[in-house]
Design a binder for this molecule. Structure first.
Ligand SMILES: *Cc1c(COP(=O)(O)O)cnc(C)c1O
Length: 414
């Protein structure tokens, strides 16, 4: 879209062209459905674009797996799918060995299940550590769980432009702490929390840690096993392109599975579901964290994206993600700062995830105008444009086009 990108200083427009030409992952963009009416999409961290392969997978699922195999498919493939796909996701995205990840529920429900399970494993410890900048559902669920389990939440109020720091967690940790719940990548600022450091500190106090990976999975290196993480959960419709309402994933370290029981004790997490027995006996291993019938249709698109991520390799994906966010910040500094735009994400790429938030007093109106033009970023109140840069589907030219439109819109009288 050279005519749009021309609204940027020439040097920045040319840089985007050069970066695309040198991008080893550039060809992956063709794997996605790219309708002409969308001029630029910067919301891959809210709802990733669909893959072309998903169209075929869904048709095949309806025609053959479901249409022809019918109920036999439960035995042939579907019963194992939440754990088999969990293993693939663990390997390609989460740094988790097999047998520790399952797919199911929404992230909200998964957070509930895992927080309840963790608190029951730490009786006699009255406190939960969390932060006020975390995503609303995390805070709401934690409030409810604290109320029903008689716990107190110790809230950290982090700097909104960065995120929760190790020292802030250490200041609240004690022998009273049962659980620490934090996001690995902050949904507003994109700050990457010190996952191994905070996990280690929590363990030294005897507490468990639950990491929310919604904005991390598929964009940054997540090393759950290496970080000795206890519990994790996340969405599969953001950087994992699973589509609207795609199910969540949950991780429980193998060493903890036997001592944790989750509160939604449904038949699919039973040791022998088809015995239809009188009482609940949890299955061994990760299956006990499943509650009801697995969402087979919802998992299908995730299978395609996990496969693509594994092919591209997470280190290459992270490298492109850093290059995209670096480019966005450079354009913000050189071409948008004179219009009053400020960068509300960390400048150090080592602690910045896959999106960049740009603030402006009139950003709400600007984003509305961008949407009218077919340029789709996210707006986060009170004044943030959140550019979610999904590395496999976003080109530098697409990003340049979006930022050029933003410059035009902010230059015009809003
Ligand atoms: C997107 C997001 C959620 C969403 O939860 P759902 O149950 O899928 O709606 C939860 N937590 C964080 C940190 C998120 O970014």
């Amino acid at each position: 879209m050279p005519s749009d990108a021309a609204a940027l200083p020439r040097e920045l427009a040319e840089l985007a062209t050069e970066l695309d030409a040198g991008d080893p992952l550039a060809a992956y963009r063709d794997e996605f459905i790219l309708p002409a009416g969308v001029i630029a999409y910067l919301d891959g961290n809210s709802l990733g674009r669909p893959l072309k392969a998903t169209r075929e997978r869904l048709a095949h699922l309806v025609e053959h797996e479901w249409g022809e195999r019918l109920i036999r498919a439960w035995d042939e493939a579907w019963m194992d799918r939440p754990l088999a796909l969990g293993d693939q996701l663990g390997r390609a995205v989460l740094g988790a060995a097999a047998g520790q990840v399952m797919i199911g529920d929404s992230t909200t429900v998964m957070l509930y299940k895992l927080t309840r399970a963790a608190l029951e494993a730490r009786p006699g410890r009255a406190e939960i550590i969390a932060d006020t900048e975390n995503f609303p559902t995390d805070r709401y669920i934690l409030d409810a769980v604290a109320r029903e389990s008689g716990r107190v939440i110790r809230w950290i109020e982090p700097d909104p432009a960065s995120g929760v720091r190790l020292a802030e967690v250490e200041a609240l940790l004690s022998e009273r702490t049962a659980l620490v719940l934090l996001s690995h990548v902050a949904y507003k600022s994109a700050y990457i929390a010190d996952l191994p450091g905070i996990t280690r500190a929590a363990h030294e106090s005897g507490a468990l840690v639950l990491w929310d990976l919604c904005h991390a999975a598929g964009a940054v290196d997540v090393a759950l096993d290496a970080g000795d993480v206890d519990l994790a959960a996340g969405c599969s419709y953001k950087f994992l392109n699973g589509g609207p309402g795609a199910p969540a994933f949950g991780y429980v370290a193998a060493r903890l599975q036997g001592e944790l029981t989750q509160p939604i004790s449904g038949w699919m997490g039973h040791a022998d579901p088809f015995a239809m027995g009188p009482g609940y006996v949890p299955a061994a291993g990760m299956r006990r964290f499943i509650s009801g019938t697995p969402p087979i249709l919802g998992m299908a698109p995730v299978q395609d994206m996990v496969r693509l991520i594994e092919k591209a390799g997470l280190p290459a994906i992270r490298a492109k993600s850093v290059a995209l966010t670096e480019y966005a910040i450079r354009v913000a500094d050189e071409a948008l700062a004179p219009l009053g735009v400020t960068v509300a994400s960390p400048r150090d790429p080592a602690v910045r995830g896959g999106h960049v938030t740009l603030d402006h007093p009139r950003m709400k109106e600007a984003v509305a105008e961008l949407w009218r033009r077919g340029v789709i970023p996210d707006f986060r109140p009170p004044r943030g444009l959140r550019a979610g840069l999904s590395p496999l589907s976003t080109s530098f030219a697409e990003l340049a086009t979006a930022l050029a439109h933003l410059r035009q819109v902010l230059t015009a009288d809003l």
